[in-house]
Design a protein around this ligand. Sequence first.
Ligand code: NAD
Ligand code: MG
Length: 400
Amino acid sequence: MKRTRNIAILGATGSIGRSTLDVAARHPDRYRVVALSAARKVEELAALCSRHGAAYACIADASLAGALESRLRALGSGAKVLAGAAGLLEAAALPEVDCVMAAIVGGAGLEPTLAAAQAGKKLLLANKEALVMAGPVFMETVRRHGATLLPIDSEHNAVFQCLPPAFLAGDLEISGIRRILLTGSGGPFRSRPRSELGEVTPEQACARPNWVMGKKISVDSATMMNKGLEVIEAHWLFGARAEQIQVVVHPQSVIHSMVEYADGSVIAQMGNPDMRTPIAQALAFPDRIEAGVPSLDLFSTGALTFEAPDFDRFPALGLAYLALEAGGTAPTIMNAANEVAVAAFLEGRLSFLHITAVIEETLQQIAPAPMRTLEDVVAADAAARARAALAANRLATLAA
Ligand code: NAD
Ligand code: MG
């Protein structure tokens, strides 16, 4: 007998949120959508709640609660409205929900994601920034409250699929694992000389050949900070040390990552680049379900190629390795500075190359502190955002 899983999707209007709804809707016998959240898109959130029969609709911008209420009623939905930061925490920990998709982008997702972990939910983690900024606090919350953490990021989901069944984080050597090989497409500027990167626009940075994603992660892919965040994410999820994580540029995005064993075996997970695959894998785990993803056509794929990452043209990746090695709040500072710089770039205030300059400067200006509690994370995040905003304003003025 299949058990219905009641799911909540934080960030339902985003790229991951919509892919999750697509997978869930293919299996109405297995999944019931209980709660959906969005930042500000009232119309879209109300329409999704109405279509999927959600019992709760949560809008992060509390000033839009009234508008959401009217829109839901107009559509004939009886969903209860939750709003603001408190509403998000409630949506993440509803007693009737057993599975939470954490798909808010950026640091805004940290506290709701932790609330789901604290409530002991099955937690599907797309919001990598939450784990990067709060690593040890996040993992300890998961452990203490018996939550089940499953990676949605395609690389980490691939690694998870290539690990031995009884693997425990930190057991790399015991499990005979030599390295984790994290693949990445190299982004839209993979083969551009650095001299041309100063001029690239947000539209060019967000035009992605292989994956369709939200704007922030698209820019992260273009700077390769996305891969940097993923190295830190792999460290926490699998207990891998920096030197056990190798980034491999693989432009076709067919291999989603690999695990290398002591005997020389390298196990890869492959498929079309479609986030519905990792979403379905994690939703149904340990079962397998239809995700709407077509078969991989190996004959039309042709050659698979691999390159070493270029740390000179894409210094963000090196900064992430340095932040991981520095430890404490260094990854928190790096993540915060990146979010501020990417937002300034998307607003047309900062050039592409200055994104990494802002991160580097912020990391130099703020010394990392030990990370023991959520307060340590919140303080480091706020201090780094303030410093990064100053750096971004200065660099923007210089360039103008
Ligand atoms: P997106 O921009 O498409 O969607 C983000 C969602 O978060 C939206 O529903 C938005 O309403 C909500 N949101 C934004 N700011 C918020 C705030 N301040 N408070 C509450 N809600 C807020 O982003 P996405 O591409 O779906 O990415 C979501 C997360 O998944 C990111 O952390 C990203 O790194 C990760 N991820 C995405 C992909 C992908 O293919 N899109 C792949 C791997 C990992
Ligand atoms: Mg990824």
